[in-house]
Design a protein around this ligand. Sequence first.
Ligand code: NDP
Length: 321
Amino acid sequence: MRQIIIIGSGPAGYTAAIYAARANLAPLLIASSVEAGGELMKTTEVENYPGFADGIQGPELMMAMQAQAERFGTDIVLDDVVKLELEGEVKRVTLGNGDVHEALAVIFATGSAYRKLGLPEEDQMSGHGVSWCATCDGFFFRQKTIAVVGGGDSAMEEATFLTRFADKVYVIHRKDSLRASKTMQDRAFADPKIEFLWNKEVAHIYGDELVTGIGVVDTQDGTETTIDLSGLFIAIGADPRTHLVHGQLDLTTEGTIAVDGRSSRTNIAGVFAAGDVIDPTYRQAVTAAGSGTVAALDAEHYLAALPKELLAKADAQPVTV
Ligand code: NDP
């Protein structure tokens, strides 16, 4: 049995692991069966993470965090958690490969999942012209016309990045002003390849094998127009990934995991949450990292107060049951 298991490998998970490992808690971190590092693995330049005056590529930042966590003794498993049993002194974490790991404390830092438009064609055309990741798929749209949906920082970042490949990038936004930060807005406005379509919602995605166009509806007068294009990038935000803890952990009205004040303590003793999964507001890499720190410190205090006999069991060589 472990003292602590951390679920999630974004800035919150890795930072929690760095702190927990440096506190000699020998954490086990469950990353993901697909790719460790979370959403920043899909971004390009990160310009606002302190300490990198010239910016750093998202994947490079996450690999550095991983190396730092491993350096102090974090064990990392690339698999998905399929079941969590959180009540009681000993928590049980079941993985996709069938392994069950036990721990006295769990930090839940699963981040958030991309939002969908809710169109029937969306899933079917995913990978055939519909994408949620410009850095993954942008290359396929050389000299093409494409569109990005959304008005936040992600949409601006994706649109700006995609101009490297595409000849023309529409940004389709349902309002007449953006939510994105001023710097990102200005960069997109100054780009001659980007054209903004205001007060528009995507109503249809056309194409059989590949996307050939979209239908957009004007939110003010209801008129629908068709735009010929080959790619549609959806960047309309993300929702906290909480499905594993439904029925166990309390949620807020915004759908994030409820924590006690500024702490990371959930409604179950020994279970802590950090990062985007508790944050409906800020959702920055650096705030997630700070939140991971809080969770590791809270977990450390919790563990220190447990009966010695119980801790002794966890101090034993970590094993898979
Ligand atoms: P946001 O929630 O900030 O923005 C989502 C955007 O999508 C909004 O403009 C919203 O419209 C629009 N939207 C939401 N749902 C729909 C829908 N169903 N149909 C059409 N449009 C929709 O998400 P982001 O992913 O952009 O950003 C999340 C966080 O990550 C933010 O805090 C952001 O600052 C941060 N971030 C920072 C970056 C950086 O600094 N380098 C890069 C990327 C993200 P409306 O405005 O009408 O609500």
